[in-house]
Design a protein around this ligand. Structure first.
Ligand SMILES: Nc1ncnc2c1ncn2[C@@H]1O[C@H](COP(=O)(O)OP(=O)(O)OP(=O)(O)O)[C@@H](O)[C@H]1O
Ligand SMILES: [Mg+2]
Length: 463
């Protein structure tokens, strides 16, 4: 026995092979909640390894090892647990060490011909448009971010095609922003506008934990044929396993990295990071981790930066340039609780945030971005001095208007008391008018600043 074990170890440590060097067989010893206990997996498997469980009907279900308890491996399946019983066979394919390193955490074969398609996290088409074109390159689902010192700098200003964002949260290529919003305040519409209007080569959209109906609505109404043509949409609906929902985020990231490494400018839209964290929470709790912050186990907050950090600039080439992933991660803030743990963690990691507010949506101003609460950390570095002066002036007017508007509406403010307030009363509604944008409209950076310049100079001449 010791001899065979030694021979097997030698084989596993041996030279590079493209095929598994053997198959390790184990058994299902128990099922609890969402997880499966497996015997016979010790010595050669580790956390993150994928095993196949053969159900009673002969079907193979892929599962991932998420923990160990003594000699027992705890795995979670990507599909449903139905048909898996105690005593079912489990298989783990053994590879040599080199191959194992390259396959760690799983791979996805990504093809440039995926643009225009909707896929699931395993890279299978879910849009009813037939099989995906063959070919592609294997990409690691859990690739580490490029080494900080070797990463390119952020690229030039990127035109998002949405006036309020171009003006008040101007973004550079490779920047990562959080989009904080409650339900029904226009998140999907804004993401669709960004996918259609942004000046990028490829858009990768991850829909994590949405309802099935919403996916079709998003693809057909918000994205439309024009947006879809340059997008790859990765979907895991709310009825899929937590592992699938988690994987949707990783698969989308792997697709974005693939295009970035070809030197492309990629826009990554992830809706939503909150549901990704909820999937991690389910996985963590099922593998026996204790709940910590509002039910989230500590591993969630270790994993989150690892995902978000992968977006951004790629490795710098000899000329200092690189492909870029400009990313927008949406965060659900229910009941206006902007201090909920996921929102807090995301805000700390990213280079800016855009806040959508129900109050603004209810007043009929879409996109319902609260300019005063939104921020991009690369501004003012990426705008001209004149542009910074314009946005600063507009922010001051909007802030003054926010403070005074109730008094004005009640008739408690008398015109002429304060020149700054008088100006804000006149100009803020005009700025608000500029920020309105219908879903079909596209507004370039130049046109956005022209509109703001026009509004502010009109207010100067009229006084
Ligand atoms: N730019 C816009 N112009 C006009 N109306 C808009 C705009 N954006 C959003 N809306 C309105 O807001 C509604 C909700 O938008 P949307 O579905 O994008 O919100 P959501 O935040 O994605 O909602 P959910 O949380 O349900 O997914 C739309 O049906 C539409 O009526
Ligand atoms: Mg939506």
């Amino acid at each position: 026995m010791a001899h065979t074990l030694h021979a097997l170890r030698q084989a596993v440590a041996g030279p590079f092979h493209d095929v598994p060097v053997g198959v390790l067989e184990g058994r299902v010893t128990g099922l609890t909640g969402l997880s499966v206990s497996l015997s016979g997996m010790r010595d050669f498997t580790g956390v993150g390894d994928r095993v196949s469980i053969i159900g009673l009907d002969g079907r193979e279900t892929e599962a991932e090892i998420v923990a160990f308890r003594g000699d027992t491996a705890i795995a979670m399946p990507f599909g449903a647990l139905a048909g898996i019983g105690s005593g079912c066979r489990a298989m783990f394919r053994l590879y040599d060490q080199e191959q194992r390193r390259r396959r760690a955490g799983g791979t996805l074969v990504v093809s440039p011909l995926w643009q225009g398609r909707v896929i699931d996290p395993m890279g299978r088409p879910v849009d009813g448009k037939g099989p995906l074109p063959p070919g592609g390159e294997p990409c690691r689902l859990h690739a580490p971010p490029p080494e900080a010192g070797l990463r390119a700098r952020l690229g030039p200003r990127i035109d998002l095609g949405v006036r309020v964002l171009n003006l008040f949260t101007t973004c550079r290529e490779g920047q990562r922003l959080g989009l904080f919003a409650g339900s029904g305040v226009g998140k999907s519409t804004l993401m669709g506008m960004l996918a259609r209007n942004t000046d990028c080569d490829v858009a990768v959209i991850a829909l994590v934990g949405e309802r099935g109906r919403e996916v079709r609505e998003f693809v057909e109404d918000d994205l439309g044929p024009e947006g879809l043509a340059k997008s790859v949409v990765v979907v895991a609906t709310s009825d899929t396993s937590p592992l699938m929902r988690r994987e949707a985020a990783y698969s989308a990231m792997a697709v974005a990295e693939y295009f970035r490494d070809q030197g492309k400018s990629v826009l990554l839209l992830m809706d939503s990071v909150t549901r990704f964290c909820q999937a991690l929470r389910e996985i963590g709790l099922s593998s026996g981790e204790p709940p910590a912050t509002r039910g989230y186990p500590p591993s969630v907050f270790a994993e989150l930066p690892r995902l978000l950090e992968r977006a951004g600039p790629g490795l710098a080439g000899p000329d200092g340039k690189a492909g870029q992933i400009t990313a927008m991660f949406s965060v659900l803030v229910e009941g206006d609780d902007h201090n909920e743990p996921v929102a807090d963690a995301v805000r700390g990691i990213l280079d800016g945030h855009v806040v959508l507010e129900r109050r603004i949506a209810e007043a009929g101003r879409y996109p319902a971005v609260n300019v005063l609460r939104s921020l991009s950390r690369t501004v003012p570095g990426c705008n001209s001095v004149e542009e910074n002066a314009l946005t600063q002036e507009a922010r001051t007017d909007l802030a003054t208007w926010e403070d005074i508007q109730d008094m004005v509406r009640l008739g408690a403010y008398r015109a002429g008391n304060d020149p700054l307030t008088d100006k804000a009363i006149q100009v803020a509604p005009v700025i608000e008018g500029i920020l309105k944008q219908s879903r079909q409209e596209k507004a370039t950076i130049a046109a956005s600043f022209d509109a703001l310049r026009g509004a502010l100079s009109a207010s100067r001449t009229s006084r």
